[in-house]
Ligand binder design. Structure first.
Ligand SMILES: [Zn+2]
Length: 96
């Protein structure tokens, strides 16, 4: 018998030290997902369609602080930081 975790996502706002992040949280376990790793915009926030070739990763946390540390240490370092800066700049250009 195999056990599979099928999350039931709900929108969730993480607030730590003035940082506010909209992401998804599993209704059953309370696990908070990294909004970048699971593409929260399409997964639970209804902001966009699911992208075709997105590199999904499984990063889930019990505490908001752990999520902030993950984003800072994983997404804002090295190659990922460059990609993220380009995406943020592109989003800012589109909003103008
Ligand atoms: Zn992540």
């Amino acid at each position: 018998m195999a056990y599979v975790w099928e999350p039931r996502w709900e929108p969730y706002i993480v607030e730590v030290d003035g940082i506010k992040i909209r992401t998804c949280r599993d209704k059953t376990t309370g696990m908070i997902a990294c909004p970048i790793c699971i593409h929260a915009a399409s997964k639970c926030l209804d902001l966009s369609k699911e992208p075709h070739n997105y590199n999904y990763e499984n990063s889930f946390f019990f505490s908001p602080v752990d999520l902030i540390i993950h984003i800072r240490e994983y997404h804002f370092r090295g190659k990922n930081a460059k990609i993220l800066r380009e995406k943020l700049a592109e989003t800012a250009r589109k909003k103008r």
